[in-house]
Write a protein of this length. Structure first.
Lengths: 259, 475
């Protein structure tokens, strides 16, 4: 196969669930310093793509490559992908009863440096407190059980807190904006923007354009029926906002059907 | 000290499975009145104790082994067991070098110079207690902590008053057997108003082949006193099953408090279910005095078969009984464990928190009884019984029984069964955490309420044990 050139690149990716093809040849390149938005109607395969990038065992990759930092990561375990610097903000974060946020984050931070020196607890806590203040979270959160009884907004903020604490090189946000009111959306966006910079690549998966008012993408891709059917610059956001997906279907749908 | 009997593949999984090659003084196999006389004579017991044993034995002969538990095991041949085995030791008062090494290897230094900080240990090897540490600190406070065989000789009035007063010899089949043949165990008496300044602990080690261990523990907390007690147990790896039938009695008088914690790690048998300890134990606390408090905390990670229901008889008004349990079964292990809370006095309260974790092809059952007698006014119980399944070949059962005969009782029961989900593991792994660490994080979270009842260093040990036992049980 061709070599892995870009910082993050998906090539001809095909994946299925229980034998049913969902992704049918996805191609996408995200260089460091870039923010890409991935949009598409329900059922187009957005969340599947996020899960496959992270290596969810429920999806079978039937073809293609995912390259990160110069290597194909498809043969890596989920935790190895994470240690390489990939982060997934979950659409539905899972509760882990009995495990405090502090304990979980410390375990994760230490796990990110296998064989390396452990992070000092005091320094780590200090840093966490700063991020929590930044995300306008109650400091008492640190002693709550991870996502256990959290509201939808609290869970999403927790995802951002984790991202800030773990400092990934590339992050996928899976519909982080869904279920957030406008104030929460602003805070979450503020958190994401804090990481955006020349060394950080971001793939923002969203259903609505709303979030893109706060996080400005450099590129926008439209996923339909398991394939990216159209890509463009920020001007595409406005067009989608005004016209919805119907024009995309009309313009690019034939290609999809022809398969 | 060689370990010729330990198969290599199992070494990592049960690191206490070594055998100490030490000359032993044993009784011939089998059980009859002569054997009981032999044990009593070996212990230098007074006549009343022998009579008590013989009476228990005659009662036992008329009893049938209970088979109502959710356990499946072949018949036990009680004539094929050795009921007494004592390591031959050096001059009186000195711990044999091999024994000292054995306990060091188990993490229990008996040397007074190296003794564990803040914990007095009574070390029991097969049928006898080999050493008790920290005797000086305890003596200062008037606390008695010694092998029960010594207590029978030195403090007969206390022993006669309390032995069998909570678990009478006729209580059940295994209690009767224990009463007839018990060999050693610990006795502890905390005088009025004394708060025991250190943890008391007994470490039980089964070493000899074909030997049963029948220890007896008796703890009496006099008015206004407090004691925290820990019990640990291990045994070598063997292909045959070994029987362990202990009795533990706790008595708390007015305003006294006893905290009793167990980390049970008897050899559980191999992956195919060969070997392992049959653990049939009767543990009961009696809150005899007003406002007395007894709490049981158990972490059960060993034994091929566990049959154990540490309970509290809440007789004193306003007394409190607690039961916190983590029972983990893996491979072919079977556990039927839980508690009994008997509310006799008014305004008595009890709390039950049971966490069962089943992995492999194991079976893990919770069995509990909460009973409120007709005259007991204003009693409360809260029970929470949670089961976690790892894999799809294991089983979890819950058999809670509630008998409230007084209308004022408030009894709450919650039960959940969950499975470690693929999504939980994926979520944790996506943060760089390995699968093994992810499982242990989820399991530790599940057991948190119980672990926080343990003294810190034992909680750390319990968590480590759990991780060890769960290693490679996924996938």
């Amino acid at each position: 196969m061709s070599e892995c050139g870009a910082d993050f690149e998906i090539k001809d990716l095909c994946a299925s669930v229980e034998g049913k093809p969902i992704l049918k040849g996805v191609n996408l390149r995200v260089n460091r310093g870039e923010t890409h938005a991935l949009m598409g109607p329900n059922g187009s395969g957005k969340s599947t793509l996020a899960s496959v990038i992270m290596g969810h065992p429920g999806y079978e990759v039937t073809g293609g490559q995912i390259c990160f930092k110069g290597r194909n990561i498809l043969d890596l375990e989920t935790e190895e992908r994470a240690r390489l610097g990939i982060f997934l903000a979950f659409q539905y974060p899972v509760a882990i009863p009995g495990v405090t946020v502090a304990k979980f984050l410390k375990t994760a931070a230490d796990a990110m440096r296998p064989g390396g020196a452990k992070v000092s607890s005091a320094a780590f806590l200090k840093e966490l407190r700063e991020y929590m203040a930044f995300l306008e979270m109650d400091p008492a959160f640190i002693n709550r059980f991870l996502n256990d009884g959290f509201s939808g907004g609290e869970k999403k903020r927790m995802e951002i807190l984790q991202m800030l604490a773990l400092k990934p090189a590339f992050a996928v946000m899976d519909e982080t904006d869904s279920g957030l009111d406008i104030d929460a959306l602003k805070i979450v966006s503020k958190g994401i923007n804090r990481l955006v910079g020349p060394d950080f690549g971001l793939l923002l998966i969203t259903h609505y354009e709303r979030m893109l008012r706060y996080i400005k993408p450099d590129h926008l891709h439209i996923l339909m029926d398991g394939r990216i059917v159209h890509s463009g610059g920020p001007e595409l956001v406005k067009r989608l906002e005004e016209k919805g997906y119907d024009w995309v279907r009309q313009e690019f749908g034939k290609e999809v059907l022809a398969e | 000290m060689s370990t010729p009997e330990t198969p290599d593949v199992l070494k990592d999984e049960y690191k206490y499975g070594f055998y100490t090659d030490i000359e032993a003084d044993s009784a011939p196999k089998g059980l009859n009145e002569d054997i009981i006389r032999f044990i009593s004579r070996k212990k230098g017991e007074p006549d009343w104790m022998l009579e008590w044993r013989l009476k228990a034995y005659r009662g036992w002969l008329k009893k049938k082994e209970p088979r109502w538990a959710y356990l499946d095991y072949p018949p036990i041949d009680y004539q094929d067991i050795c009921y007494y085995s004592a390591p031959k030791t050096g001059p009186a008062g000195e711990v044999d070098e091999e024994l000292r090494k054995t306990f060091e290897r188990l993490g229990i230094p008996l040397d007074e110079r190296k003794r564990l900080e803040g914990v007095a240990v009574d070390a029991v090897f097969d049928s006898v207690s080999v050493a008790t540490t920290h005797k000086d600190i305890l003596a200062e406070k008037g606390i008695l902590f010694c092998p029960i065989s010594e207590a029978i000789r030195e403090h007969p009035d206390l022993v006669r008053k309390y032995l069998g007063s909570v678990v009478p010899p006729a209580d059940n089949f295994f209690a009767a057997l224990n009463s007839a043949v018990f060999t050693d165990g610990s006795f502890c008496y905390i005088p009025k108003g004394v708060r025991c300044p250190i943890e008391l602990s007994t470490y039980f080690r089964i070493n000899a082949r074909n030997t049963g261990q029948f220890e007896r523990t008796l703890i009496v907390a006099d008015e206004g006193s407090y004691v925290s007690y820990l019990e640990g147990c291990t045994a070598p790896l063997r292909d045959e099953n070994q029987l362990h039938a202990a009795v533990v009695e706790l008595i708390a008088l007015d305003d006294a408090q006893i905290k009793y914690a167990t980390v049970q790690n008897w050899y559980a048998g191999d992956k195919e279910g060969r070997g392992g300890i049959y653990n049939f134990v009767t543990k009961r606390g009696h809150c005899r005095g007003q406002r007395s408090r007894i709490s049981w905390t158990q972490v059960e990670v060993g034994s091929a078969i566990t049959w154990k229901y540490p309970g509290c008889v809440l007789e004193g008004e306003h007394s409190v009984g607690e039961f916190y349990s983590v029972a983990l079964t893996n491979h072919r292990m079977q556990a039927d464990t839980g508690t009994k809370m008997i509310h006799i006095g008014s305004h008595t309260r009890s709390t039950i928190v049971s966490k069962g974790i089943s992995a492999g092809e194991s079976v893990n059952s919770y069995r509990g009884l909460v009973q409120v007698l007709p005259d007991a006014v204003g009693c409360r119980n809260h029970s929470q019984c949670d089961s976690m399944l790892i894999g799809d070949k294991c089983k979890a059962n819950t058999f809670p029984v509630v008998e409230a005969e007084n209308g004022s009782a408030v009894i709450e029961h919650e039960a959940t069964t969950s499975r470690i989900s693929e999504d939980q593991l994926f979520y944790l792994k996506s943060r760089g955490i390995t699968e093994e660490d992810a499982v242990s994080l989820v399991v530790n979270g599940f057991c948190k309420e119980v672990f926080k009842q343990l003294p810190l260093e034992f909680a750390v040990e319990a968590i480590r044990l759990l991780e060890l036992k769960l290693d490679k049980s996924i996938g």
